[in-house]
Design a protein around this ligand. Structure first.
Ligand code: 5AD
Ligand code: SF4
Length: 488
């Protein structure tokens, strides 16, 4: 195979990728099979569903077995160095398969593709194709370039692409819960974060197509949808041509502008039997009108993921998070005021540049104050090209980072157990989602507040809403008895 690289490294304004042009290149009766593996966040799972739709439309068939695939795609994550290492290890394993299967195409999609560009092809010799998050419509053309003996790279970022017109193929879904991407990219520039560089500028997707997709999910029997965006609170959509392209950031309820609270309400109105979740909220932008809408709709789940990152205002400033500890606690108070029983989760980074022992203690004390139901906890991993990598020093020794992380995890475990114990004796509405891994006689579902509940299977089915009395718990799981099935 020739080592020639097809490299589309143009400025976004230089090229408009036409979906029609790409799709006609590949015959509809394509017997080749593809296999996709997603790493990282829920947004990548959702993007892989777009990739599947694009490939299906070009005649390729999906397979769940990598051994029978002609094309293997890894949809990757760059958020921490470890995430990239995981993908590199996976690529090493795939090199065995590549040796035994002539013509096997290996593609790297998503954030790592965007970050490393053609370097990935130089560093990982088995990679044939590198596609950034905004280029998935171009995949059929890229595959044909690879079939023609070239390597193919397209990492063009777009200011417009939202894949709004593509119906995702939810190939790995349980048929009960699914995601809808409502926006792409991020403009926030948190100092530690690589996402604005890998996923590009923030852009919202048409509200009409979001509602249509939710309606279609209901028709297909789905019972829960999670609306996805890096910062859902800055969602803005104007159907009105006059408003398009204008700065809508400060718009709230002006005529013709749909903000996140309005969108949430529109999706909640699709069907009372469709539970609605969303992620991620940003403390600087989460407004009371979103909370007010949540309090009015039973089918909007009482759960908010509100990443704090640090409990120290000085660290938050270094992180460029645009809020203080006091502001964050004010948002927590607002949540408790509108939705007293709301479950709250967060992300915390420990060992960020210059973090003192006192600043670490401030994070622990904020955790005591909020008592999170769930927390995703990480130690700081410097990412090339970010504000922190350019301007700050990654000066906290690894052993200190690890010790602080252990203290944070230990505290979270205590809080999670306490929060779970408070559920014992209560009645919860649970949506049953899958069979338990440990026993096929048990089903697993989630409460409105996103807590995992295990019940005895008896006659209940995946997709049922059931009322459950909580009888026992661990720090990660609730156990309960079903009282009755609910017709929602
Ligand atoms: N190091 C460690 N954690 C990070 N996150 C983002 N960037 C980094 C980094 N460089 C965490 C943040 C974010 C979550 C998705 O990942 O907590 O909210
Ligand atoms: Fe990264 Fe901050 Fe954007 Fe979240 S809000 S994706 S942490 S830059």
């Amino acid at each position: 195979m020739s080592e020639q690289i097809y490299y589309t490294d143009l400025l976004e304004s230089d090229v408009i990728i036409s979906s029609k042009g790409n799709e006609t290149d590949i015959p509809a009766s394509n017997s080749k099979k593809y296999y996709i593996e997603s790493y990282g966040c829920q947004m990548n799972v959702s993007d892989s569903e777009i990739v599947a739709a694009v490939l299906n439309k070009s005649g390729y068939q999906g397979t769940a077995d990598e051994k029978e695939a002609d094309l293997i795609f890894l949809n990757t994550c760059s958020i921490r160095d470890k995430a990239e290492q995981t993908v590199r290890n996976r690529l090493m394993h795939l090199s065995h398969l590549k040796k035994t299967k002539k013509g096997l195409v290996v593609g790297v999609l998503g954030c790592m593709a965007e970050r490393l560009k053609s370097k990935l092809i130089d560093e990982e010799k088995l990679v044939d194709l590198v596609a950034g998050p905004d280029t998935y419509r171009d995949l059929p053309r890229m595959i044909s370039d690879v079939d023609g003996g070239q390597k193919s790279v397209n990492v063009l970022l777009s200011r417009e692409e939202t894949y709004a017109d593509i119906a995702p193929v939810r190939y790995s879904s349980n048929g009960v819960t699914g995601f809808i991407s409502i926006m792409r990219g991020c403009d926030n520039m948190c100092a530690f974060c690589v996402v604005p560089f890998t996923r590009g500028r923030e852009r919202s997707r048409s509200a009409g197509t979001i509602v249509q997709e939710a309606e279609e999910m209901v028709r297909q029997g789905y019972k829960e949808v999670t609306l996805l965006g890096q910062n859902v609170d800055s969602y803005r959509w104007a159907e009105d041509e006059k408003l398009k392209g204008k700065n809508l950031i400060d718009a709230k309820y002006e005529e013709g502008v749909i903000n996140f609270s309005r969108l949430l309400e529109m999706v909640a109105q699709v069907s009372p039997s469709l539970r609605v979740r969303f992620s991620t909220s940003h403390p600087k932008d989460m407004s009371d009108d979103v909370l007010e809408v949540m309090s009015r709709y039973d089918n909007i789940c009482n759960y908010i993921h509100l990443p704090v990152q640090s409990g120290s205002s000085a660290v938050l400033e270094r992180m460029n998070r645009s809020y203080t500890k006091e502001w964050y606690l004010n948002r927590i108070a607002a949540i408790r005021k509108y939705i007293p029983n709301c479950a709250i989760s967060s992300d915390i980074i420990t060992g960020f540049c210059g973090e003192t022992e006192e600043e670490h203690q401030e994070t622990l004390s904020l955790m005591d104050e909020v008592q999170y139901d769930l927390n995703y906890m990480f130690f700081y991993s410097e990412r090339p090209g970010t504000l922190a990598a350019k301007k700050l020093i990654d000066d906290i020794p690894e052993d200190v980072k690890k010790r602080r992380l252990e203290e944070i995890i230990a505290k979270q475990n205590q809080h999670a157990l306490q929060r779970h114990r408070q559920q014992i004796g209560t009645k919860q509405i649970v949506l049953l989602e899958y069979t338990a891994r440990r026993s096929d006689q048990q089903l697993v579902g989630r409460t409105d507040g996103n807590k995992k509940v295990v019940i005895a299977k008896d006659g209940w089915k995946i997709g049922d809403y059931v009322e459950v009395e909580i009888t026992d718990c661990t720090q990660v799981t609730l156990f309960g008895n079903v009282l009755k099935k609910l017709d929602l």
